[in-house]
Design a protein around this ligand. Structure first.
Ligand code: GTP
Ligand code: MG
Length: 529
C-alpha cells in the first residue's frame, strides 16, 4: 500500500467517526454562564462533585461562558438535578430546563474569587487589519496562505461549541420527536468554516420515519397512525413551524427567531446568544448534507484545497464580494465550487471530477435523494491523485488569472465533469448544482456582482505579478510591516465600486494600491543605491 493510500484510509476512518464522536461529546456537555472572574479551581471543584470532567474551556460572548464536558452522561443528570429555578421578582419565567445554566456566587464575596480571570478561547477571527499585519510578517506567499488558513479556521473549541448548540436544540425538538438528532452541516463541518461563520443545522427524523424493528412474515402487524399532509414540503414546513415556535417561546438565549418557511429550503433562523452563533435550522435537507460530505472529501484530499478556499473566501469577504446578508452576491458555497472547478482544471488536475468519484463508489455508497444521484465514493483509499506540484503562490495567481478571462457569458461551471459547458439558461453566473444538476447555485448573482468579481480577479492577478509584491518588505520581526503579497490583496480596492465597466483593465484602479506600489518601488531603489 502506498504512503498516500494509507494516509487516505486513515482520513476516511477519521471522517466517519469524527461526527459521531463530536455528537456524543456534546450530549455529555453543559454550557454555563459564569461570572467574569470566577476562580477556575473553585469552579472545577464545584462541578466535579457530579463526576469527572473530561474537558472544559472558557470563552466570552456578551459575558463569560464555560463549556464543560463530563466523562459520563449520569454526571449531567446529577448536575441538572442540583440546579434550581431562579426566583425573580418582577418577571415571569418559562420553566423549561435545559443544559444552559448560570453559575452565581451567593453570600459574601470570597477574596479568592477575585484572583484570576480565565484564559478565554477566541470564538471570532482577528480583525482584518491585524490579519494584514500578521501576513506581512511572513516570509513567502505560501506561508501567508497557510498562516491565513490557521488564523481563520474553526478551532477545536469552536467546533465543540457548535455541536453543543445542536445538542441543546435537539433537547427542544425531542419534546415532539424523542428519537431525532440535530446535525451541523455546511461550513461548520465541511472543513472550510471560518471562526464566526453561521451554524447550519439539519433536523434529522430518519431514525423515526420508515423503519420497522422487525417485519413478521405473517400474522398481526401494528402500525402507528400518522397525520397525513399534502407533500413532503408541507410536512417539513409544519415541523419547522412548531419547532421554531418552541425555540422562540421556550429556547433559553434563542432570540430573533424568524420562520422562513416559503424559501426553496424552508428554515428557522435565530441567534443563539450564549454561543454568539447565527443559526439556520432546516429539516429534510439531505442534499445539503451530501454537498457537505463532498466538500469535506475534497478538502481532505490535498491540503492546498482548504488553503486556497480559505484565502479566496477571505479575499472575497474583504472586498464585499460575499456578504453575510442574503442578496445578489456570490455566496461562499458558490465561491468554494469555483475554487474546486479551478483545481480540477489544472494540468495535471489537483482533484478529481465528481463523475470520477461516482464511478469509484461501491454499492454501499449508492445514494439517490428525491430522484437526484448523490452517489460518490466514501472509501478515500480508492482515489488516486495525480502528481501536481504547483505551489500555493502559483495556484493563487493562476486562480485570479483563470477567472479574469473565463467566458462567463457563454459557459457554466460543472464540477461533475470538471469542464465548462454551454449555459443552459441566461443568468450572469452559472454554476451547476453538483447534485441537483438542473439548478444553478449562483442564480441569485446579478451582472454587477459578477463584474466586480472579475474586475477584482484582474486587479489581484496583476498585483501578484508585480515583482515588488513577491517578497517581504521591512525588517523581519518588526511590529508593523509594509503589506506585501497576499496582504496587499486584502487591502481595500476601488475596483469593487466600479459599475458597468466596458473595457478590461488589468492594472489596479485603486489609487491606494497604486501609491503603495510606487512607495515599494522607491524603497527598493533607495536600498539598491
Ligand atoms: P458560510 O455559512 O458562508 O460560511 O458557508 P456555507 O458553506 O455554510 O454556506 P451556507 O450557510 O450558505 O449553506 C450551507 C450549506 O448548504 C452549504 O455548505 C451547501 O452544502 C448548502 N448550500 C448552500 N447554498 C446552496 C445552493 O445554492 N445549492 C445547494 N445545492 N446547496 C447549497
Ligand atoms: Mg453556513
Amino acid at each position: 500500500m502506498s504512503e498516500q493510500t494509507s494516509f487516505l484510509r486513515k482520513v476516511k476512518h477519521f471522517a466517519k467517526t469524527k461526527l459521531a464522536k463530536r455528537q456524543e461529546q456534546a450530549d455529555r456537555s453543559v454550557l454555563i454562564s459564569c461570572l467574569s472572574r470566577t476562580n477556575e479551581k473553585k469552579f472545577v471543584t464545584f462541578l466535579s462533585r457530579h463526576g469527572d470532567i473530561k474537558k472544559y474551556f472558557f470563552y466570552e460572548s456578551y459575558g463569560m461562558y464555560a463549556v464543560v464536558e463530563y466523562a459520563n452522561q449520569e454526571s449531567v443528570a446529577s448536575l441538572l438535578k442540583d440546579a434550581g429555578i431562579p426566583s425573580v421578582n418582577h418577571e415571569s419565567l418559562v420553566p423549561f430546563k435545559s443544559r444552559l445554566l448560570s453559575l452565581r456566587n451567593i453570600g459574601s464575596a470570597d477574596s479568592s474569587n477575585q484572583q484570576s480571570g480565565q484564559l478565554c478561547q477566541p470564538q471570532t477571527t482577528i480583525p482584518i487589519n491585524e490579519l494584514i499585519q500578521k501576513l506581512s510578517r511572513e516570509e513567502s506567499i505560501d506561508q501567508q496562505v497557510t498562516s491565513l488558513t490557521e488564523a481563520y479556521q474553526l478551532t477545536e473549541e469552536n467546533s465543540r461549541l457548535r455541536f453543543l448548540v445542536c445538542s441543546l436544540l435537539k433537547d427542544i425538538a425531542a419534546a415532539y420527536f424523542p428519537e431525532c438528532t440535530i446535525k451541523p452541516f455546511g461550513s461548520s463541518v465541511n472543513g472550510f468554516g471560518k471562526l464566526g461563520c453561521d451554524l447550519d443545522m439539519f433536523l434529522d427524523l430518519d431514525s423515526i420515519s420508515g423503519r420497522r424493528a422487525k417485519m413478521p412474515k405473517s400474522g398481526l402487524l401494528l402500525d402507528y397512525q400518522l397525520k397525513r399532509a399534502n407533500s413532503e414540503r408541507a410536512v417539513t414546513q409544519s415541523i419547522l413551524s412548531v419547532i421554531g415556535e418552541c425555540v422562540d417561546q421556550f429556547g433559553p438565549g434563542c432570540v430573533g427567531v424568524q420562520k422562513i418557511l416559503n424559501a426553496r429550503c424552508p428554515l428557522v433562523r435565530f441567534a443563539h446568544q450564549a454561543s454568539g452563533f447565527q443559526c439556520d435550522l432546516t429539516a429534510n435537507n439531505r442534499v445539503a448534507m451530501k454537498s457537505t460530505e463532498l466538500l469535506y472529501l475534497y478538502g481532505e484530499l490535498d491540503p492546498r484545497v482548504r488553503s486556497l478556499v480559505f484565502t479566496v473566501r477571505c479575499w472575497a469577504r474583504a472586498h464585499g464580494i460575499t456578504s453575510s446578508i442574503p442578496g445578489a452576491w456570490i455566496t461562499n458555497f458558490s465561491l468554494t465550487v469555483m475554487v474546486l472547478f479551478f483545481l480540477q482544471k489544472r494540468s495535471p488536475p489537483i482533484i478529481p471530477t465528481l463523475d470520477h468519484l461516482r464511478d469509484l463508489a461501491g454499492p454501499a455508497d449508492k445514494s439517490v435523494i428525491e430522484g437526484n444521484d448523490c452517489t460518490f465514493v466514501s472509501d478515500f483509499s480508492k482515489i488516486q491523485l495525480q502528481s501536481n506540484t504547483e505551489t500555493l503562490e502559483q495556484l493563487l495567481c493562476e486562480f485570479f488569472e483563470f477567472y479574469s478571462t473565463f467566458a462567463f457569458n457563454r459557459f457554466s461551471l460543472n464540477i461533475r465533469k470538471g469542464k465548462e459547458q454551454s449555459k443552459p439558461e441566461i443568468s450572469p453566473l452559472h454554476i451547476q448544482n453538483p447534485f441537483e444538476t438542473s439548478l444553478n447555485v449562483s442564480k441569485n448573482v446579478n451582472a454587477t456582482q459578477l463584474e466586480r468579481f472579475v474586475a477584482l480577479c484582474q486587479e489581484s492577478s496583476w498585483l501578484l505579478q508585480q515583482s515588488e509584491m513577491k517578497k517581504p518588505k521591512g525588517a523581519t520581526g518588526a511590529s508593523t510591516s509594509t503589506p506585501w503579497g497576499l496582504a496587499t490583496l486584502l487591502l481595500p480596492s476601488q475596483v469593487a465600486g466600479i459599475k458597468g465597466r466596458k473595457k478590461r483593465r488589468r492594472e489596479p484602479a485603486s489609487e491606494r494600491i497604486k501609491s503603495l506600489l510606487e512607495s515599494l518601488k522607491n524603497n527598493n531603489q533607495q536600498k539598491q543605491s
